[in-house]
Design a protein around this ligand. Structure first.
Ligand code: FES
Length: 259
């Protein structure tokens, strides 16, 4: 797949909640094909002590405007500095990286489960999966209502459900506590998930038990994004694989998780 290093123009930086920002980047040339689950590596020049690029999930694309957006969650110095960039700044980005989710069949009913910054590929997938609203179910989990991002731009893409650990929005508890998940998992043809490892492992175990196709997008630590530094390696049924080049999306049957 064609990947490119480009200086992109930041056209929008919007704070979505206390620690999540949407950065919209514009290319001078046509965008390459970009799929949900793929990511970018960003150089954060304003933090001169940070030498390595940082990976971020792609939240959305607008090919007509030659724009795509990133969901940037503040996790450390690099992401914090990136959120201080302003419209008009140029940012060096390598994209698109990794392999995206396998798209559903036209008759599939799908469940997309996101937590933390893992909501980004789920929202993107809800938009481009090509299914009708009643076939797409999106379950998003967070600590509290303040940690959820506004999904109104995606609402028409499917049926949305929320969980919070403190009960301030939607069902109280984890995504695995939600009634749609607990009682209807086996009714779905495909389950896709991205978020914290414990959440994805729980979903993978339940999907395997229910015999449902399931793909997870791993968030292993990444540095180079090119399969060189080996810091992102994951054990799979066919040996150790680089999450940055062989993933980040894996079918659960290819992982060695105890499911
Ligand atoms: S991030 Fe360097 S090998 Fe994957």
């Amino acid at each position: 797949m064609r990947k490119t290093v480009q200086e992109l123009l930041l056209v929008e930086n919007t704070q979505l909640n206390h620690d999540n920002f949407r950065l919209v980047l514009q290319s001078e040339s046509e965008l390459p094909p970009i799929y949900p689950g793929q990511f970018v590596n960003v150089e954060i020049k304003k933090a001169s002590e940070i030498f390595l690029r940082r990976p971020f999930s792609i939240l959305d694309i607008d090919p007509a405007k030659k724009q795509f957006s990133l969901l940037v969650k503040i996790l450390g110095r690099g992401s914090k500095v990136l959120t201080t960039y302003e419209a008009g700044d140029k940012i060096s980005v390598i994209y698109p990286l990794g392999n995206g989710f396998k798209m559903p069949e036209p008759t599939d009913k799908v469940l997309l489960i996101g937590g933390g910054s893992g909501v980004a590929p789920m929202l993107f997938l809800s938009k481009v999966c090509g299914l009708n609203t009643d076939q797409v179910h999106v379950l998003l989990g967070a600590r509290s209502d303040k940690d959820h991002v506004d999904i109104s731009a995606y609402k028409a893409n499917g049926n949305f459900y929320f969980t919070t650990e403190d009960g301030s929005l939607g069902e109280k508890g984890f995504v695995t506590n939600h009634p749609v998940y607990k009682s209807k998992l086996s009714e779905f043809d495909k389950v896709y998930t991205c978020g914290p490892n414990p959440m994805m492992k729980a979903v993978a175990a339940d999907a395997a038990k229910a015999g449902v196709f399931c793909e997870v997008s791993l968030e292993n630590m990444m540095a180079c994004g090119f399969g060189v530094c080996l810091c992102c390696v994951e054990k799979t049924t066919s040996g150790h694989k680089c999450v940055c080049t062989d993933g980040p999306v894996f079918n659960i049957n290819d992982l060695t998780w105890q499911i």
